[in-house]
Design a protein around this ligand. Sequence first.
Ligand code: KG4
Ligand code: ZN
Length: 340
Amino acid sequence: MRSKNTYILGIESSCDDTAAAVLCNGNVLSNVVANQAIHQKYGGVVPELASRAHQQNIVPVVDQAIEQAGISLADLSAVAFTQGPGLMGSLLVGTSFAKSLAYGLDIPLIDVNHMQAHILAHFIENEDTEKPEFPFLAMTISGGHTQIVRVDAHFKMTVIGETIDDAVGEAFDKSGKILGLGYPAGPEIDKRATLGNPKAFKFTRPKVAGLNFSFSGLKTAILYFIQKQLKENPQFIEENLNDVCASIQYTIVGILMDKLKLAVKETGINRIAIGGGVSANSGIRNALKEAESRHGWKTFVPAFEFTTDNAAMIAIVGHLKYLDKNYADQTIMATARLKL
Ligand code: KG4
Ligand code: ZN
């Protein structure tokens, strides 16, 4: 007979990380991620290579998650997987694996929306972080997404703003490419930004009405700026790299904070939870801390391992849906453009 504990296996394969995690009653027992280094030399994710790497990684990653959790497959209560949004070839690997495993073990299969998971990662049981009270605003910022979401309950979410072109992580990564930095460039821009002058160079902020974002114009502005400077001084990048990084980061953080302030004003909600890879950025973290003291906001930043793409966030959604007996059936399909 199965124990009263709820063990959920989460599987994430929406982009370029193959991940599996096991949660027991919402507590993380294991959280395994296999990053795909293969994309670095291409300066971005190559979908066909990602799919192939997922196929190679999925069995060892799930095995490791089960082993580290100290359980066996027979202990699992359900299998949760990312249905979308993401790259179709990548999603298909996790979806078909999860379907087969749930079928073979004769346990429930639970579909998870990746964007919902970035937000519900705040509900993973964790002594060090507090869970946000409803309603709150969630800002999901990563290489694939930029959204502000009003969250009234675990499964009552409304997108109130999103990017109309590039995601904010892309703005970091594409700027980094212009500067000759490796991929993904976000972490290096962040590191250099702490050593530079954020007001050394000024980049105009895009004018987008309401709570939507646009980052493609910024990338072009940076490109033209660098090309112009290089004409005058071929060593411009080497001589000014930290200041350029600090100025880019200052501009991006300013764009995010302006929209958050508007969202707080429009909704009257001042509890802000962030998620996604860019929430690791020191500039955005400092700006949020400052907003706590200056504007009386309450902000929530998840532990780093739960903020970049990971499977613990998929498993926590699986756990919450399992409690509601909200299961999928075997006809479910990966959906690349799944909406929140
Ligand atoms: O959530 P994530 O791991 O994957 C998805 O894109 O879904 O986010 C990756 C993105 C990349 O664009 C990367 O450059 C950015 O997050 N990133 C950062 C930092 N760490 C990661 N951007 C700015 N500052 C950072 N410290
Ligand atoms: Zn993501």
